[in-house]
Write a protein that binds this ligand. Structure first.
Ligand SMILES: [Cu+2]
Length: 122
């Protein structure tokens, strides 16, 4: 009888823990609204409750279920979409596929839609 009581206690404890949520904020490199969409869509994943990237501050805020996804995996998802985080760098080949105005490593800026005809030096 005593063990049954203990077991109930453990099950209740696990249920409470399964609902554990956390919110983190970290820096993600990007340039424009397209980057924002790309980053936030990359985080349309199991365990992610909410993701919001701010184009001005470069800060990404993610709310997630700690039992479903780990912080490192969130960084990895973002990096897989082509955007460097402060923990995980995007692979060069993924970065290379980004839209020209999203190439944050090369000082890109998408300040205007009329900025299409930039003459590349290299
Ligand atoms: Cu962009």
């Amino acid at each position: 009888m005593k063990s049954l009581f203990f077991l109930t206690f453990v099950v209740l404890g696990l249920t409470a823990e399964a609902q554990n949520k956390a919110e983190i904020t970290f820096e993600v490199n990007g340039v424009c609204g397209m980057c924002e969409d790309r980053i936030e869509q990359a985080l349309d994943a199991p365990g992610i409750i909410m993701a919001d990237w701010d184009v001005k501050s470069k800060q990404l805020t993610v709310a997630f279920k700690t039992k479903k996804i780990k912080e490192k995996a969130i960084h990895q998802l973002v990096a897989d979409s082509g955007h460097d985080t402060d923990l995980v760098k995007a692979k060069d080949e993924v970065y290379a596929n980004l839209h020209g105005c999203c190439k944050y490593r090369d000082g890109a800026s998408c300040s205007g839609e009329d900025d299409e005809g930039h003459d590349d030096q290299d």
